[in-house]
Design a protein around this ligand. Structure first.
Ligand SMILES: Cc1cc2nc3c(=O)[nH]c(=O)nc-3n(C[C@H](O)[C@H](O)[C@H](O)COP(=O)(O)OP(=O)(O)OC[C@H]3O[C@@H](n4cnc5c(N)ncnc54)[C@H](O)[C@@H]3O)c2cc1C
Length: 389
């Protein structure tokens, strides 16, 4: 660590982007505070993918082995007709979410990845859980930040890593509707008991050719991470804070056919780690305004299609922290370099995800054309930052 960079930096959001950025800022010697709305790291989510350049970041962080040890280790996938219960497709070489099973990519439950990143940060950051930013009042030398549940404090830089519905973005850059582009799909993700007896397996339930539910279990003894999705051309108006109303919305759109889909819906109502949102991309002309910047989904969500969001967030966190460390005396220049280095990479990822947003009807799948998501890795060449550490 370099004690010379004792600059106070605030990160909003303790998930993939926020914790990766925190790890590197701490390593470079900055003072890091992380404010997170949840009472601990926010639980929930299905499997995320760490691919290509994010594997390099993980290796530099010394967590690659932990990621591999805790990966889903799926052994295959199947498609099932939800109405009849008949298996229509099976593959033991690749899964739809994780790509080829023999690739180097790591598919890992979101909770496991967040925990490994949190362990990496350890006690070296100050965490303000159950907390959120109320206002950011910035001048040329820093920002005064008011919290919901902690004394006001001044920071030199504020980083918004608070996801698709970023609070920092709303406070400093503008309303969601200016930046969040709806891609025609809604997803609900939650945990339920393994009533299907899945063992390192992924199963998709489809109805009339449309995928409705995806279920993943790491092993027979573990819970199922379930996904229910539906398409609708226009974004729906709903109350972001009313979880019951959101569950009703998902239930109404889920075909009540066969035995399994109705049971998944019943379990959804019992789930306490329910996540619901539309599938979107965040598109902004600039990710920084003065001494406030954005990283991960907050600034450039790629969307859940293709599963590249985690990789992009880890790459973004590493590049942002490294540029700040490389140019501590000129933070504006560092933020400019962060954007210049990352923008084409983000655009290419968003383009790929946008083009892939409509999966082919499941009836069209055969053993050769299940999409290998691993093929969608966008390469990124890192600058050499080894001298700063
Ligand atoms: C509960 C959950 C489940 C998810 N499940 C999946 C999934 O199954 N598949 C998939 O591909 N992607 C999923 N995602 C999105 C995925 O994590 C991201 O696309 C990607 O990993 C980039 O991460 P991120 O850190 O930028 O954003 P996120 O992972 O969305 O993290 C944002 C963080 O900011 C916190 N936050 C939000 N508002 C505030 C606030 N006002 N103040 C402080 N903190 C705040 C959130 O609690 C969260 O910890 C999920 C996200 C969440 C939050």
């Amino acid at each position: 660590m370099q004690p010379s960079k004792k600059i106070d930096i605030l990160i909003s959001g303790a998930s993939i982007a926020g914790l990766t950025t925190a790890y590197w800022l701490i390593k470079y010697g900055f003072n890091v505070t992380v404010v997170e709305r949840a009472s601990h790291i926010r639980a929930g989510g299905q499997a995320l993918d760490v691919r290509g350049p994010a594997l390099e970041v993980a290796e530099k962080m010394g967590i690659l082995n932990a990621l591999k040890t805790n990966s889903t280790k799926l052994t295959g996938m199947s498609m099932v007709d939800a109405a009849t219960g008949e298996e229509t497709y099976r593959n033991t070489e690749q899964t739809l979410t994780g790509g080829r099973l023999d690739s180097n990519d790591v598919e890992i439950l979101r909770d496991d990845l967040c925990q490994i990143l949190l362990d990496g940060v350890g006690n070296n950051a100050r965490f303000l859980f159950n907390n959120s930013i109320v206002s950011i009042d910035q001048d040329s030398l820093g920002a005064n930040v008011v919290f919901t549940n902690a004394p006001q404090q001044r920071f030199y830089l504020v980083i918004g890593a608070d996801g698709l519905r970023s609070n920092v973005r709303k406070l400093v850059f503008g309303k969601d509707k200016e930046f969040v582009k709806y891609l025609g799909h809604y997803v609900a993700i939650f945990t339920m008991p393994n009533f299907l007896g899945l063992d390192r397996w992924e199963v998709f339930y489809q109805h009339e050719g449309i995928p409705i539910a995806a279920c993943i279990a790491k092993e027979k003894e573990s819970d199922i991470r379930a996904y229910l999705g539906f398409e609708t051309p226009e974004a729906i108006n709903y109350d972001y804070r009313n979880t019951i109303a959101q569950k009703d919305l998902v239930a109404e759109r889920t075909p009540q056919v066969g035995n399994v889909l109705p049971q998944i819906v019943r379990y959804m109502y019992e789930a306490d780690n329910f996540y619901f949102d539309s599938v979107n991309q965040v598109i902004m002309d600039s990710w920084s305004k003065g001494l406030v910047t954005l990283v991960g989904d907050a600034g450039y969500s790629v969307s859940v299609s293709l599963g590249q969001g985690t990789t992009v967030a880890m790459v973004g966190g590493y590049v942002l922290a490294s540029e700040l460390a490389a140019q501590t005396n000129d933070i504006s220049k560092a933020l400019q370099c962060y954007e210049e280095l990352l923008r084409d990479y983000v655009i290419n990822n968003q383009k790929l995800a946008y083009e892939s947003r409509s999966e082919p009807a499941v009836e069209d799948y055969d053993s050769t054309d299940v999409r290998d998501l691993g093929q969608s890795v966008v390469p990124f060449t890192f600058k050499n930052y080894t001298e700063i550490v």
